[in-house]
Design a binder for this molecule. Structure first.
Ligand code: 6V0
Length: 335
């Protein structure tokens, strides 16, 4: 073989260590979002292999080749692709971004039902090929589809999560950081609940460089308008709509946001991210197996725990309302 033609083994060396323990990530759906995630993961050097799956074979092969051609500039990563789920076998992390797009005038419920039908074709073969993997759902509506993926995979609840409000929280941190002209990484702020219109901004727990913002302002008797806070949250809620109306889709921020989750999970960073998890029993959320975003501790086992962050009565009431909105949608699926 070519390796032995090019290289002579050094004398008296140990036999090669079997290289069968590699970190493998699969990305299902190679649209704008799937490819932004795949390419960001590539630059972070967290996977030895990335497997791509899509239902369109030409698009899939084109995307695979285009990434492979960047090999000279990137950490060594094997990139494979197929319409067959066998290519995903033995994955540590499976990221699902496949989804139908909303047709003009189509209701969200109708779109959801079409995506549930897609998930029936995607999740069972994915779970079968990688029975020990962590499933990370990105397709929208992400909260309900994470529930659907949990049901269809039969996986334990720690190994099924959704990207949820991780992106909304990053938009929120950016806007606050911009407002006070500080690095967004120094702003600790969570948006929880539904990834979408009923999301909840946890103003009471925002801190900048360790300083709790609202109580600081109150102590200094600095007046702030509640409306200013509400406006920032509304800008976050409108962000996706704005980007989609301007460029047709969102990609870079969701790419970084999901690659960041992949890093925390695969490198066992035990960092706290607001992501979609089974929320029943937390913060007074009752009434069924509802999935929505809460600040969760993530590591190599997936979801390790949910953080006991302080919420005001108003915030936890809003969160419970958000849970009801999602449960209503879920109850119409008959799963
Ligand atoms: P896109 O560019 O239309 O890509 C979707 C891809 O899925 C296409 O390449 C399709 O061929 C593929 N696909 C469709 N059906 C199947 C199937 N059965 N098996 C395999 N592949 C299939 O969409 P885009 O990439 O822009 O968005 C993908 C999903 O991510 C959508 O549901 C978005 O709403 C969702 N997003 C979620 C975000 C979040 O924060 N959770 C953020 C942005 C987008």
């Amino acid at each position: 073989d070519l390796t032995n033609t090019f290289f002579k083994p050094i004398l008296n060396s140990d036999p090669p260590i079997p290289s069968n323990r590699c970190t493998k990530v699969s990305v299902i759906g190679v649209g704008n979002v799937g490819m932004a995630i795949a390419q960001t993961i590539l630059t972070q050097d967290i996977a030895d292999e990335i497997a791509l799956v899509d239902s369109k074979p030409d698009k899939l092969r084109g995307e695979m080749l285009d990434l492979q051609h960047a090999a000279a500039f990137l950490p060594r990563t094997r990139i494979t692709a197929s319409v067959d789920y066998a290519v995903t076998a033995g994955s540590d992390l499976c990221i699902v971004t496949a989804g139908a797009r909303q047709n003009p005038g189509e209701s969200r419920l109708n779109l959801l039902q079409r995506n549930v039908a897609l998930f029936r074709h995607i999740i069972p073969p994915l779970a079968k090929s990688s029975p020990d993997a962590i499933l990370l759902i990105v397709s929208n509506p992400v909260d309900v589809l994470t529930y659907v993926a949990w049901k269809l995979s039969g996986f334990p609840v720690n190994r099924v999560l959704g990207s949820g409000t991780n992106l909304d929280s990053s938009r929120f941190r950016f806007l606050i950081a911009d407002h006070i002209d500080v690095n967004a990484q120094d702003v600790q702020a969570f948006i929880v609940g539904e990834h979408g219109d009923s999301s909840v901004a946890l103003w009471s727990s925002i801190s900048v460089g360790g300083i709790p913002v609202l109580s600081f302002l109150e102590k200094q008797q600095i007046a702030y308008e509640k409306q200013t806070l509400e406006d920032i949250h509304q800008t976050v809620v409108g962000s996706a709509y704005e980007v989609i109306s301007l460029k047709g889709y969102t990609s870079w921020a969701i790419g970084y946001s999901v690659a960041n989750l992949a890093y925390t999970i695969l490198r066992d960073q035990r960092k706290i991210h607001p992501v979609t998890v089974l929320a029943r029993g937390f913060y007074g959320i009752e009434g069924g197996d509802v999935f929505l975003s809460l600040p969760a501790l993530l590591g190599r086992n997936g979801v390790v725990a949910v953080t006991n962050v302080h919420m005001t009565d108003e915030e936890s009431e809003k969160l419970q309302k958000s849970a009801k909105t999602i449960l209503e949608m879920q109850s119409q699926l008959g799963l």
